[in-house]
Design a protein around this ligand. Structure first.
Ligand SMILES: Nc1nc2c(ncn2[C@@H]2O[C@H](COP(=O)(O)OP(=O)(O)OP(=O)(O)O)[C@@H](O)[C@H]2O)c(=O)[nH]1
Ligand SMILES: [Mg+2]
Length: 437
């Protein structure tokens, strides 16, 4: 046992606290897409904190392109080596995605564990996965990302078992060879397929009901809003990626107006594509929703940047350009006027609120109901009994809200678009019943 496994009182803490130094290289835009872009060490520090590491220092460098061997330039690498020694760090976390060779070379020089942003995010996902589906999805992403990096991992395990970057696929898997890992990957894929298939059967029934999905940057307040709108009781916590699974609940405004609301995994800029790939099944809920409720943390340093990052992820899962309601949350922590000035014009239907304010929740409900009804109206029609098949399509889509029978007709209250209403009323014998006869 090393001294950092003891909390100072002679008790052994649950997991050793890792001491981390952060490193980021700012690359030109052309290096974006998993490899580069502007480093964001503040966000990396939050990720490190969520994973349970203590951040002791950071270094940053601007470069035209990464050094092929060590990502950082020679001088910066020396500076980093010193920083690691001075702080007694046990690991270095890179904001950029490292190639297997770069990771190996850096570990050799620095003599501590080296993780990149993707591995850190994978580690957080592994720690937060609860359901079988989420666990399998994370394991798949880890295996696929780690496979080419196996030799590096083995050297971690020799030095230290457990800790950040080694959670998830158990040691037993890591000890086996690539061929076995390949088989494991295939098995997980097929298990995930079964789960998705089952879910399809289960949710088939939902097709008739309007569904809205809460989406947005991680920590924006999606689960908090979900809990306020439903009785879901989802863990909402001030950490990144608190939610990984999709949860769906019914929201009932009144007897006529009800819809399903789904809360799901949050997004982040440069979300590792292995994760996006393997979370496709969970994100299916997002793709199938009638309305996306895009929750924004108005108090974040740059809400517009987060909105863009979310849009990018949506596009990559083929859920871009869906009907969307923008919700600017955490207005209690933000400069409200500035946020409205900045976003109200581009998003005229947006709701600005604080999840902690009941009045805001009412505004959100009203906005959702507005969108849910869309251009539909509710009318009451009398349909002759021998022409009941005129209503069958409306029955199928759950648009018949009430029906009553008189000796010669069915009096139905239906939710229809103007077009549907006109078509229905053009049929022989069908007439609209208004309040004033
Ligand atoms: N002050 C304030 N805090 C909020 C508000 N909405 C959410 N929070 C807090 O923000 C943190 C994150 O909220 P969550 O609901 O877990 O966020 P999320 O979008 O579900 O995040 P992930 O599941 O991690 O992607 C929690 O600590 C909430 O209590 C708000 O309107 N005002
Ligand atoms: Mg959540």
């Amino acid at each position: 046992m090393t001294e950092d496994q003891s909390n100072g009182n002679g008790y052994i803490t649950e997991a050793p606290v890792e001491r981390a130094v952060l490193a980021g290289v700012n690359l030109p835009e052309a290096w974006r897409g998993g490899m580069g872009g502007e480093a964001d060490l503040d966000e990396l520090a939050r990720l490190a904190d969520t994973a349970g590491a203590k951040v002791l220092g950071r270094i940053e460098q601007g470069r035209q392109r990464p050094s092929p061997a060590t990502f950082l330039g020679k001088g910066k690498l020396e500076e980093l080596t010193e920083l690691v020694a001075d702080t007694g760090a046990t690991m270095v976390i890179f904001d950029n995605e490292l190639s297997p060779a770069q990771g190996r070379n850096l570990e050799k020089t620095l003599e501590v564990k080296v993780l990149d942003r993707t591995e850190l995010i994978l580690d957080i996902f592994a720690g937060h996965a609860r359901t079988r589906q989420a666990k399998l999805q994370v394991e798949l992403a880890q295996l696929e990302y780690l496979l080419p990096r196996l030799t590096r991992l083995w050297s971690h395990l020799e030095r230290q078992a457990g800790g950040i970057g080694t959670r998830g696929p158990g040691e037993t898997q890591l000890e086996t060879d690539r061929r076995l890992l390949g088989r494991r990957i295939a098995r997980i894929r097929s298990q995930l397929k079964d789960i998705a298939q089952n879910r399809k059967v289960q949710t088939g029934r939902r097709d008739q009901v309007f569904t809205a999905a809460l989406i947005g940057y991680t920590n924006a307040g999606k689960s908090t809003l979900m809990n306020a709108l439903t009785d879901a009781d989802i863990l909402a916590k001030d950490q990144l990626f608190a939610t990984l699974d999709a949860t769906t609940r019914r929201v009932e405004i009144d007897e006529r107006r009800r819809f399903l609301l789904t809360d799901t995994v949050g997004f982040i800029r440069r979300l590792p594509h292995h994760l996006v790939e393997s979370f496709k099944a969970t994100l299916q809920e997002v793709r199938e929703a009638d309305l996306l409720v895009h929750v924004v943390d108005s108090s974040s340093a740059d809400p517009a940047h987060q909105i863009r990052a979310v849009d990018e992820v949506l596009e990559s899962v083929a859920a871009g350009k869906r009907p969307t309601l923008m919700v600017f949350n955490k207005m209690d922590l933000a400069d409200g006027d500035a946020v409205r000035d900045r976003f109200a014009r581009d998003h005229p239907q947006a709701v600005f609120l604080s999840a902690l304010d009941p009045a805001g929740i009412t505004d959100l409900k009203n906005a959702l109901v507005g969108r849910l009804m869309g251009d539909e109206t509710i009318v009451t029609v009398a349909v002759p009994l021998d022409r009941l098949q005129l209503l069958s399509a409306l029955h199928r889509t759950g648009s018949v809200l009430e029906q009553d029978f008189t000796p010669d007709s069915c009096v139905a209250t239906v939710r229809v678009t103007d077009e549907e209403r006109n078509r229905l009323l053009s049929r022989d014998g069908v007439r609209e019943i208004t309040d004033q006869p």
